[in-house]
Unconditional design. Structure first.
Ligand SMILES: [Zn+2]
Length: 247
């Protein structure tokens, strides 16, 4: 039989009967979009346990998107969200629907949203490099607050935008993204992917979903964090980035 497949998430070799495909992003974000949006969707091998583990996360994230969606292209996602919310909470304690059917009062569960972005970061990493992202070796930070994107954050976004081509899963309207090692002072005229070193200090990823919600994911090597512990950790990462982009 074919080569042994590893799970993108836990890294274990998957038994044949437990082999599943995880879509990055989850299929529920394609609701209402026709076949031309589903060309070359990214999938990664996943064990049954990891796949099932993320099902509630996928649904909650879809519901968050459905509640905040402004584009008419995402109406079908919003309709699915209403049904999902009503099924989970028929008495509408945790949300409300106005006379126009608009959802309000839904609270965004930060943990769920973070988990969703971390999962997709791991999936894209596996898809791009053919290697499991080592969660024991790196700490992952997720920044989703676009209203509070600081100058260093904007610097990282500029790094990704200026030096690399944005990639897509399915279609740019569903997920467009960029995931690269973060290296200060480099040039990259070809805009091709960088090849990660074994001990890459920082990876940065930008993910834009159905043009409604975006996240910046930053993975920092734990030993690198320890190395720079004489200062407040986060500032040590951010300060050189800030200096680089403000020069
Ligand atoms: Zn797994």
């Amino acid at each position: 039989m074919g080569s042994k497949q590893k799970c993108y998430n836990c890294g274990k070799i998957i038994k044949e009967k437990e082999l599943t495909k995880e879509h990055i992003p989850a299929k529920n974000l394609f609701e209402g979009y026709n076949e031309k949006y589903k060309i070359q969707r990214i999938t990664v091998s996943a064990c049954l346990k990891c796949n099932q583990q993320y099902s509630p996360t996928d649904e909650d994230f879809r519901n968050m998107i459905g509640a905040i969606a402004k584009r008419k292209e995402n109406n079908a996602i919003t309709n699915k969200t209403k049904r999902s919310l009503l099924r989970k909470d028929p008495t509408r304690n945790t949300f409300s629907l106005d006379s126009l059917g608009k959802i309000s009062g839904i609270t965004l569960n930060e943990i769920t949203v973070e988990e969703y972005h971390k999962k997709n970061f791991k999936g894209i990493f596996f898809n791009q490099y053919g290697e499991i992202f080592n969660e024991k070796k790196y700490s992952i930070y997720v920044n989703i607050d676009e209203n509070d994107w600081s100058l260093p954050t904007l610097g990282i976004l500029g790094f990704l935008k200026d030096l690399f081509n944005r990639k897509v899963s399915g279609h740019e309207d569903i997920l467009n993204y960029s995931l690269q090692p973060f290296r200060l002072g480099i040039e990259n005229p070809s805009k091709n992917d960088l090849i990660p070193s074994i001990n890459e200090n920082i990876y940065v990823g930008y993910f834009d979903y159905v043009k409604e919600h975006a996240a910046l994911v930053i993975a920092v090597r734990k030993n690198y964090l320890r190395m720079i512990k004489w200062k407040k950790r986060w500032q040590c990462i951010i300060t050189p980035i800030f200096k680089y982009f403000s020069k």
